[in-house]
Write a protein that binds this ligand. Structure first.
Ligand code: GLC
Length: 739
């Protein structure tokens, strides 16, 4: 062989890895798993299945296999906490980028925004050397009162499913496992560790599982978090039907099931029913207990004892260890090391873009928006939510950030040197400013009476060109807050009194509701314009200002229905929510007796108008639909067909329309919702531009879950495809037949 060939050969061949297979980054992952497993002792395998601290679980030190670091949350990387405590450890290098709440992401209806989100937050997790990101959450907004709706992706399983997949992919491309939560039918915070969700199979498969199924089968999620509640009488962190039969059996999930913190309640069930890593079990860790009480975890010494006494074989243990090893070889020991990025300009820009893309313009009478302020004019901003920093609090999604731009600062930034932006309090809501020792640094104390505050606002409004009331909810108890639910859907803190008073004197009156869950608006006719804003994260205020000023043309659409009042909704009995606990019952029983009639499925099918319907959102331009057609008159169950519609921007400015595809099955053997979302696409159109939007329909889009067959079923007959700008704004319909 010539010298050149020798050199070439030497350069091209991989350096021969002469270490053990499990340490070879280029070896097939399953070979690495089997090699590592064969080298591990019984104690080492058991050790991996439980926590060793508040947010880490064991590796195998002897073999150089790293421990697994878990981190909250869905919106950003939680500040480092103490070894065994929720309070932050006081590090000075862990102020993260706070991304928008997931409901804000869902409101973008933009899969590219979801991927950008996943990549960005994944880079922050990787940089902080975290292996499992405890998020995203995709529990369905069954009741507007659920304290954690802000952490989830709305009321529709198809929207949540399509929006969670790109997020999961983006995170996992950074070598970080997304841990999709909380699996499953965990749709309230009231008695979340003591309530049993009673759900029929059709409802379970049509409403509460699809987003998780998409995350696993389309997003290839590497981790799933079991939820605190029970389903069918078994705790979900070790629920055989959900974890063994459906998740790992039917869906072929090959990752790890992580318990919610303290969600593991039984040793034998944990071993046999599919739990892989037990976290946060109610011990006080290294403090207070006589010895290392992590050894007392259900899958620690009790498991080892059961194995040694022959109560268990190593069958389940080897499966758990394989899944944990697979996760480690996908994350900390992944083939191509990368190092992520943290609090970089690109992440701040991503947070700002995503949040703005999800802001929803609900009403815009006489086009009072975008703001048109005369030179040296005045904008009066009223309300606590204009200044209250929102990334602190709310529970496990609590974040510490280097800065947070609130709406007032966003507007001041936008109008600096152009117009005066004055602020008055308007009302006093929640003056707390810290959580888990994370502090916003604000002082929101204000002892003035509501009368004084309203008088001040009314007086200031008199010479303002615009009055912008910015209120809504916050992250305190019984607002948008983990472990508590709201009591009703109305604005708290008597904000309506302020709105009424301002409406009487304001020239141009805009109301911005900042919340993570539906807020009813009986005062809506008194505002010229209404905007649904969200917890937008670090750049929240700039994102909102971008929309109000017209720098960004609003294109958000509601991911949930907003009712005129709570009682219009499908929850009509306390058995449905918050549930009932009868004499002798060990747990609360929450009956999902509304079945599949959740959100718009209820309002449309019962002809009860929602105040603001699912999918609703205005633009500063307008769009016309036309030329709707089906590629053929009929399709077969094993085939597909295309339906398309032309959309034209007929307004004066560029914008984006979310074309929504709803399917109706007018004649079916079971009662079905009037229409169901089965497709959507956000199209960006320049003024005057037209595009054709095409959807491909398969039998899955036509099916219901047939309890008589325990399977999905698409019944032959007529179907309708509706092209819509919201669940109640159908612009065109085509009919076709399923043979
Ligand atoms: C909390 C939450 C879960 C979070 C975990 C760790 O109780 O339910 O979402 O990831 O515990 O903080």
């Amino acid at each position: 062989m010539s010298a050149a060939a020798l050199v070439l050969a030497a350069c091209c061949s991989q350096p021969k890895f002469d270490g053990p297979v499990y340490l070879n980054p280029n070896a097939p992952i399953e070979d690495r798993v089997e090699d590592a497993l064969a080298r591990m002792t019984l104690e080492e395998k058991v050790g991996m299945t439980t926590a060793q601290s508040k947010f880490s679980s064991r590796g195998v030190p002897r073999l150089g296999i790293p421990e697994v670091w878990h981190t909250d949350g869905p919106h950003g990387i939680r500040p480092e906490v103490l070894w065994d405590d929720w309070d932050q450890a006081g590090w000075t290098n862990d102020s993260c980028t706070a991304f928008p709440a997931l409901v804000n992401l869902a409101a973008t209806w933009d899969k590219e925004m979801s991927y950008l989100y996943g990549v960005s937050i994944g880079e922050e997790a990787r940089y902080r050397k975290k292996d499992i990101l405890l998020g995203p959450g995709v529990n369905i907004c069954r009741t507007p009162l659920n304290g954690r709706n802000f952490e989830y992706m709305g009321e529709d399983p198809y929207l949540a499913g399509q929006m969670v997949v790109p997020y999961v992919k983006g995170v996992q491309e950074q070598g970080v496992a997304a841990c999709v939560k909380h699996f499953a039918v965990n749709n309230q915070e009231f008695q979340r560790t003591q309530s049993n969700s009673v759900v029929d199979d059709r409802t379970l498969h049509e409403i509460y599982l699809p987003a998780f199924k998409a995350a696993v089968q389309e997003g290839n999620a590497w981790a799933i978090m079991g939820s605190y509640n029970l389903y069918n009488g078994q705790f979900n962190c070790h629920n055989k039907k959900l974890l063994v039969d459906i998740l790992k059996g039917d869906w072929g999930f090959d990752g790890v099931v992580v318990s919610d913190w303290g969600g593991c309640r039984d040793s034998e069930e944990a071993v046999l029913n599919g739990l892989d890593i037990e976290m946060g079990t109610w011990t006080n860790g290294l403090r207070g207990a006589a010895s290392d009480s992590y050894r007392n975890y259900h899958m620690a010494d009790p498991y080892l004892k059961g194995l040694r006494e022959g109560k268990y074989t190593t069958k389940e243990l080897d499966d758990k260890a394989r899944r944990i090893l697979r996760t480690i070889f996908r994350t900390s020991m992944r083939p191509e090391p990368n190092y992520g990025r943290f609090v970089c300009p690109e992440h701040y820009q991503a947070a700002r873009e995503i949040s703005a893309a999800g802001v929803v313009l609900l009403k815009n009478e006489d086009n009072v928006l975008p703001l048109d302020v005369p030179k040296d004019g005045k904008i009066l901003v009223v309300g606590e939510n204009a200044v209250k920093k929102m990334v602190v609090g709310g529970g496990s999604s609590n974040l510490k950030t280097a800065y947070e731009i609130n709406p007032l600062e966003g507007l001041q930034n936008a109008f600096e040197g152009v117009a005066e932006v004055e602020w008055v309090r308007g009302y006093v809501g929640d003056t707390s400013t810290s959580y888990n020792l994370v502090d916003t640094g604000q002082d929101l104390a204000d002892s003035r009476s509501p009368e004084v505050l309203i008088a001040e606002a009314v007086n200031a409004a008199k010479d303002a060109d615009y009055v912008i009331f910015i209120g809504g909810l916050n992250k305190s108890a019984h607002q948008d807050n983990e472990s508590t639910d709201r009591y009703d859907t109305m604005l708290p803190y008597d904000q309506q009194d302020v709105i009424d008073a301002l409406a009487a004197v304001a020239d141009k009156f805009v109301v911005v509701n900042i919340s993570g869950s539906p807020v009813s608006m009986p005062w809506a006719d008194r505002a010229d314009a209404i905007v649904q804003g969200w917890y937008g994260g670090t750049e929240s205020g700039n994102a909102l200002a971008d929309v109000l000023t017209g720098k960004v043309n609003p294109s958000g659409r509601l991911p949930f229905s907003i009712p005129f009042k709570y009682s219009d909704g499908p929850i009509r009995t306390i058995a449905q929510y918050p549930g009932i606990k009868e004499e002798g019952d060990q747990f609360w029983q929450t009956h999902y007796s509304e079945g599949v009639y959740v959100g718009y499925r209820w309002y449309d099918s019962r002809n009860i108008p929602a105040q603001w319907p699912f999918g609703h959102g205005l633009s500063y331009t307008s769009f016309e639909y036309g030329n709707a057609k089906a590629s053929k008159a009929s399709m077969t169950a094993d085939g597909t067909m295309k339906v398309s519609v032309d959309v034209r921007n007929v307004g004066a400015c560029d914008g984006a329309e979310v074309v929504q595809l709803y399917i109706s099955d007018p004649v079916a053997s079971v009662d079905r919702p009037a229409k169901e979302l089965k497709g959507f696409e956000k199209v960006f159109l320049k003024a005057g531009e037209k595009k054709t939007v095409t959807f491909e329909i398969d039998a899955e889009a036509l099916s219901f879950y047939d309890m008589s067959k325990s399977a999905w079923n698409a019944e032959p007959g007529e179907f309708q495809a509706h092209f819509a700008s919201s669940s109640t704004d159908v612009r065109a319909t085509v009919s076709f037949e399923l043979k």
